[in-house]
Design a protein around this ligand. Structure first.
Ligand code: 5GP
Length: 237
């Protein structure tokens, strides 16, 4: 009982000190155990969200390059992460690199629509990065790992979301690609393998699977482009 009182006191006190609406809603959600923002946001979704799931090293970046001009019609949503930048090979302009403390503050303030710990680091999507363009009726693309996809699927209506999985083939195949990209410790590699096995299982739940097996990049690129074009055309109908 005492614990319930002190927790309630903590939340009420925090609610009083909230500096913005999002933070207040995040605290109220904790008190009520309900997703208030979900009700508010579902109503606003007019666009379409394409979530890209791909095990690390599966060639996602190259497959996406195949979009060509189609990419002009898409909003690429940003990621917050506290992982280290990859020396020399960091190419991901959609990442905002922040400290662990800043990430945890963003969680507490309710600024992230989803977040996950992957290979020991935080990854998450700022609410505004999805809700604003989707409420404007835009096509939004975002890469995401398994836990994030599962959270988002609960929030966005089924007809407004397509999950695309890029299949890199066997673990051996993928392992070679990962190591060719940048050196990685055995410990991290073991974590990647664990995750790869988990993400491979999720493949069955994806709406579309694009095969990007060795030597077939051009096929993967054109299949991906066609799938995305179809989504865009259907959306504009
Ligand atoms: P990497 O460190 O290789 O850039 O990314 C690791 C994993 O995090 C990848 O599967 C990538 O798709 C995923 N990821 C990237 N951004 C986000 C995000 O905003 N949320 C979640 N849940 N996963 C993300």
């Amino acid at each position: 009982m005492r614990e319930v009182f002190s927790r309630t006191f903590y939340y009420v006190n925090t609610a009083i000190n909230c500096s913005n609406l999002l933070q207040l809603i995040a605290v109220l959600e904790k008190i009520l155990g309900a997703d208030i923002l979900v009700f508010m946001e579902k109503e606003q979704i007019k666009g379409h969200l394409i979530l890209l799931m791909a095990p690390s090293g599966s060639g996602k970046k190259k497959v996406m390059e195949g979009l060509g001009k189609v990419a002009d019609d898409i909003y690429f949503a940003k990621t917050y992460t506290n992982r280290e930048r990859r020396e020399g090979v960091e190419e991901n302009s959609r990442y905002t690199f922040i400290s662990r403390e800043d990430f945890e503050e963003a969680i507490d303030k309710g600024e992230l629509i989803e977040w996950a710990v992957f290979s020991g680091n935080y990854y998450g999507t700022p609410r505004s990065e999805l809700i604003v363009p989707l409420s404007e009726g835009r096509i939004v693309m975002k890469e995401m790992e398994l836990q994030g996809v599962q959270q988002i699927k609960k929030l966005i209506p089924e007809e407004n979301i397509t999950v695309i999985y890029i299949d890199a083939g066997s673990w051996e195949n993928l392992r070679k690609r990962i190591l060719a990209r940048a050196p990685m410790s055995e410990e991290h590699l073991a974590l990647r393998k664990e995750r790869y096995e988990e993400e491979s299982k999720f493949k069955d739940e994806a709406d579309v699977v694009i095969d990007n097996h060795n030597g077939k990049l051009d096929v993967a690129q054109s299949t991906f482009r066609k799938v995305v074009e179809e989504i865009i055309n259907k959306h504009h109908d």
